[in-house]
Design a protein around this ligand. Structure first.
Ligand SMILES: Cc1ncc(COP(=O)(O)O)c(C=O)c1O
Ligand SMILES: N[C@@H](CCOP(=O)(O)O)C(=O)O
Length: 462
């Protein structure tokens, strides 16, 4: 399987090169040159597979022969062997119409572990096999950072630097990142918001000379491996519902920020998985909701919300979706992105908006609605949602029609966001792995929001 850039100037390159390149060298994003198409027979056979078996099949399609199957199987088994649940990503039935896909059973209690346990092991494997230096640079609104650090801490040949917005992640997220004492980990707390962190790393990656000289690698969802690994659980969840006797397409409701997770669902649908609606849930940072309802993509005012990991205005995978919306026409995407850079917005014509609305519906969840959803679900079903998952559930409730079934993605464990949940009077007992963090010393370096300051810290570290 080969990979090409959404802007047409990179490709075709193999899977390992695509992983190492992260952001495409022409500033675009890498996508598979051809998306695999799955027959109904294949889907029927896959229904019987365990999560690791299914992951192996999906990854094999995207990796081809570049990694021997035995090695890939070991990578997969090692990655999902760290999960606390035997099913890895179990589906829990809340009502006839609502099912929760629990993606938080990995080491850092967030959905990011599903892809980042694998990517951490993959980087280690590539480093060993090709003798390459891996210097990871990432930006986080809280979860990616913790998960990426956990995936590579202490691993030989790898160093990782993560930028997070100072004071704008939850306490547990901050502790998960900054209490790690391995020498190969650097945490930079940036004065600014997540969009600032993401802009800095994207600009550093776009400096191809600097990126190559310092061997910079990406762990954010700009790295295509992240997206591919996240497609697996859409298949897994749809198969669980089919096994329970649900006939017909399943809707998925996805709490959305960088458009990575829901884009993975979109790819699964394009590959042939029968998905009904893709329900896009945002918080008050609702640029993507406005895109789906009005056809305008334009960053708005930044809001701090109870779902801080989704406090994102600039969605870094959006370009990948535009690429498919415009018939995989890289020249058009290149021109659109150039005009976005100068105009600050993208407006699509009515016929394209109709196409968008065939696949997506969207709801921007206000803070009050988020807390009310947590409270109601707790009272009615005895099930505690984290605030991000609550955005997804609120949107699912709005869009699930009579007789339909929706799988709502639970992207984090509620213990990571106890500050918000305590506001409605619900006290939680922390899992022991999280409780233990409060006694540990923290290590982080505060930096301003300039590329030069970050660069200076990187040069000292790498
Ligand atoms: C808990 C949680 N939910 C949802 C999201 C949104 O996912 P995405 O950025 O892939 O849209 C994030 C961060 O990305 C997150 O950390
Ligand atoms: N919410 C994310 C933001 C980064 O998203 P990514 O999927 O591109 O890594 C976080 O928790 O860091």
């Amino acid at each position: 399987m080969d990979y090409i850039s959404t802007r047409g100037q990179v490709g075709a390159i193999g899977f390992v090169d695509a992983v190492l390149m992260g952001l495409a060298d022409d500033g675009g994003l890498l996508v598979p040159q051809h998306l695999p198409q799955l027959s109904s027979d294949t889907l029927a056979q896959w229904q019987k597979l365990s999560y690791p078996e299914l992951a192996l099949e999906v990854f094999s399609l995207f990796i081809g022969g570049e990694i021997p199957r035995e090695d890939l199987k070991k990578l997969v088994d090692d990655s999902y062997g760290t999960f606390r649940h035997s099913e890895v990503t179990p589906v829990r039935r809340v009502s006839d119409s609502l099912h929760i896909l629990e993606l938080f059973h990995g080491p850092t209690f967030a959905f990011k572990d599903v892809a980042l346990q694998f990517l951490g092991n993959l980087y280690s494997y590539i480093s060993r096999k090709t003798n390459s230096i891996i210097h990871i640079l990432g930006a986080t609104s809280g979860d990616t950072g913790a998960s990426a650090i956990e995936g590579v801490r202490g691993k030989e040949g790898i160093r990782i630097c993560i930028l997070h917005p100072s004071g704008k992640v939850s306490k547990v997220q901050e502790l998960q990142m900054t209490t790690v004492d391995d020498a190969n980990v650097l945490n930079l707390a940036v004065e600014g918001n997540f969009d600032d962190c993401q802009r800095i790393i994207k600009e550093l990656f776009a400096d191809v000379k600097f990126k190559q000289e310092y061997h910079l690698r990406a762990i954010n969802s700009i790295n295509i491996a992240r997206i591919l690994a996240q497609t697996v659980y859409y298949f897994y969840a749809a198969f669980r519902l089919a096994k329970q006797g649900h006939a017909g397409p399943v809707n998925f409701s996805v709490p959305t920020g960088n458009f990575g997770d829901i884009f993975a669902g979109y790819l699964a649908k394009r590959m042939g998985l029968p998905i009904g609606k893709l329900i896009l849930a945002t918080n008050e940072n609702n640029i993507l909701e406005r895109f789906v309802t009005e056809g305008v993509y334009e960053p708005g005012e930044f809001h701090m919300t109870y779902s801080p990991s989704m406090d994102i205005q600039v969605a870094s995978n959006f370009e990948r979706y535009l690429y498919y919306l415009y018939g995989e026409d890289a020249a058009t995407i290149s021109a659109m992105m150039a005009s976005y850079k100068t105009e600050g917005k993208i407006v699509i014509p009515a016929e394209k908006l109709t196409e968008v609305q065939k696949d997506f519906v969207a709801h921007g969840v206000q803070n009050d609605e988020c807390l009310a959803t947590i409270g109601n679900c707790h009272d009615e079903h005895g099930y505690l949602l984290d605030p991000h998952t609550a955005c997804g559930v609120a949107a699912a409730e709005k869009f699930t029609a009579q007789g339909e079934a929706t799988v709502s993605l639970s992207t984090a464990h509620p213990a990571k966001f106890n500050e918000a949940i305590e506001l409605i009077g619900i006290e939680q007992t922390f899992p022991p792995q999280i409780e233990a963090l409060f006694d540990k010393p923290q290590r982080q370096t505060l930096v301003g929001g300039s590329n030069d300051e970050v660069k200076a810290e990187l040069l000292k570290f790498f």
